[in-house]
Design a binder for this molecule. Structure first.
Ligand SMILES: [Zn+2]
Length: 537
């Protein structure tokens, strides 16, 4: 069809924050429904001039519209799966968690797997890692596997250990650890991927149809929260199910995919490169782990954890390995997302990236460090210099604050230093890391600008120097996230030629007290110019 003959949607009378420096506020957008892209942004009269016979007009009634939120770090299949499991997030002791397992066991035939997640021993009294004994007492005939809050350890029972073939003679696999008692017997705690993998090899997962139905509900939840794009970090099953949803006409959020590093050789053999896919489902790069996590004290530290003589966590990938991965990813034309939580993990990752860069192999694809929870100042400066994006999760900061103070001591003052990163010129992208924490972008913005968990309004702001302004946090949730994925030409701002992904809020977030941001209403969400949540007018 010739220009002007496509159906056009005009959004008029809005308070539209475009995130474009040259034209930050407009009242109207024209959207080409054929391509799902923005045709024009301006005042009502400019945009009205584009009206034709196929034009539909919607009145925003003065409401605020923003580019749709892009969540730069998700595990959506994990989230869907988690919603089918025993939820242990709110438990405050091992006994409370065991009671929930007991209740689930009563509903399932013997021999059926009981899977659970999100227990956090740092929230428990007494605070200690649990053991198989308490699970054996309530579910001796069901295999039980319960992932910790940070997904860096499993708590399992004797039946699960038996099915995985783990006994006193099993060596610690790779960089993982099987916890043992004085007699060398496994206690029921498995730490890090290599050890957790022994369990994952035998766990019987829900079938595809069950998961697809739950993934649809997850996508609907994200659209209702104003999320129009995600950077999803998962493996083959996730990619396969997302393709099935895409083929069935699912309309977002748009997913940019980061696959495990181990899959890179296969992807390259097939000739896949970043950008393979379409605007709804696209390959971006590979994910690599440098270390564990703070909650399990497995994040790799330059100096030992407080009160844990000599314990510095686990570095799961070395500098040479990262350098090699940078080279491979560059040759293969894919981006990299490198999980690095502790200051040693951040330093080692940057050493490897810098070595790759010096060797002249670093090319235009984005490299990003995920989490960056503790870093030395000179490493943050290095991130800015090397153009490495900080993909961070403000909700982790407000949940982890007490754990960080306890295990990092004085070092915690340098932790989750988002404003320092910004001032140094590090590009920021905000995300949720769902299912680890909430995927609600307004609660994440609240955490970024207020530095406390909206569920505990009496808590003082944590490290208030590191607060972002609303504008800065919004920028990192839209422009910054688009940049992290190498998609800044397509997404992140509302400008002619870009995808018409936007969110309309029920109240002006710039006008309400900033402590109320978490409760703001999402009135409508549009993806590619289609209304996918709520109503306009
Ligand atoms: Zn994650």
């Amino acid at each position: 069809m010739a220009p002007g003959r496509h159906p056009i949607l005009l959004l008029l009378n809005g308070d539209i924050h475009t995130m474009e420096p040259g034209q930050p506020r407009v009242s109207a957008l024209a959207i080409d429904r054929g391509s799902g892209r923005i045709l024009a942004a301006g005042d009502d009269s400019d945009v009205r001039a584009l009206a034709g016979p196929l034009t539909e007009t919607l009145d925003l009634r003065g409401r605020v519209a923003l580019p749709g939120f892009i969540d730069a770090h998700t595990h959506l299949l994990g989230y869907a799966q988690g919603r089918l499991e025993v939820e242990l997030r709110e438990t405050r002791s091992e006994d409370e968690a065991v009671a929930l397992v007991k209740a689930r066991a009563a509903t399932l035939p013997s021999g059926t797997w009981i899977i659970g997640h999100s227990w956090d021993k740092n929230q428990w009294t007494p605070e200690r890692f649990p053991s198989k004994a308490s699970l054996d007492a309530v579910a001796p005939a069901h295999p039980v596997a319960l992932a910790s809050h940070d997904y860096h350890s499993y708590w399992v029972n004797s039946e699960a250990l038996r099915r995985a073939g783990i006994d006193a003679a099993t060596p610690d696999p790779g960089s993982g650890r099987i916890e043992r008692d004085g007699a060398g017997e496994a206690t029921g705690m498995l730490y890090e991927m290599d050890a957790m993998g022994l369990m994952e090899a035998v766990i019987v997962e829900p079938d595809d149809e069950t998961l697809l139905a739950e993934l649809r509900r997850v996508n609907a939840e994200l659209r209702a929260r104003g999320v129009t794009g995600v950077h999803n970090i998962e493996g083959a099953r996730s990619l396969r199910l997302m393709q099935r949803l895409r083929a069935a006409g699912e309309i977002g959020p748009r997913a940019l995919l980061y696959i495990p590093r181990q899959s890179l050789p296969d992807a390259l053999r097939l000739g896949l490169e970043a950008d393979f896919g379409d605007d709804f489902l696209r390959l971006a790069g590979v994910k690599i782990f440098m270390d564990g996590a703070l909650g399990s004290q497995t994040a790799a530290m330059l100096d030992p954890y407080e009160g844990a003589a000599g314990k510095t966590g686990l570095l799961t990938t070395g500098e040479e390995e990262i350098e090699r991965a940078v080279r491979e990813a560059a040759q293969g034309g894919v981006g990299m997302a490198i999980h690095a939580i502790g200051d040693r993990a951040v330093k080692t990752a940057l050493d490897g990236i810098e070595a790759g860069w010096r060797a002249g192999t670093l090319h235009a694809r984005r490299i990003r460090l995920e989490h960056v929870q503790l870093a030395r100042l000179d490493d943050l400066q290095r991130m800015a210099r090397l153009g490495v994006v900080a993909s961070v999760q403000p909700f982790h900061a407000v949940v982890d604050r007490y754990t960080a103070e306890r295990y990092w001591g004085d070092r915690h003052r340098r932790a989750y230093a988002y404003n320092t990163m910004r001032e140094l010129g590090v590009r920021l992208a905000l995300g949720s890391d769902t299912p680890v924490d909430t995927c609600d972008p307004l609660r994440i913005l609240h955490a970024a600008i207020n530095r406390y968990d909206d569920r505990t309004p009496d808590a003082p702001p944590w490290l208030p120097d590191q607060m972002l302004t609303l504008q800065q946090a919004l920028h990192a949730s839209t422009v910054g996230a688009a940049y992290a994925g190498g998609q800044e030409a397509q997404q992140g701002t509302l400008a002619p030629g870009k995808l018409a992904d936007l969110v309309v809020l029920g109240e002006d977030p710039f006008a309400v007290p900033q402590q109320r941001i978490a409760g703001a209403e999402v009135a409508a969400t549009l993806i590619g110019g289609e209304l996918v949540h709520g109503a306009l007018e």
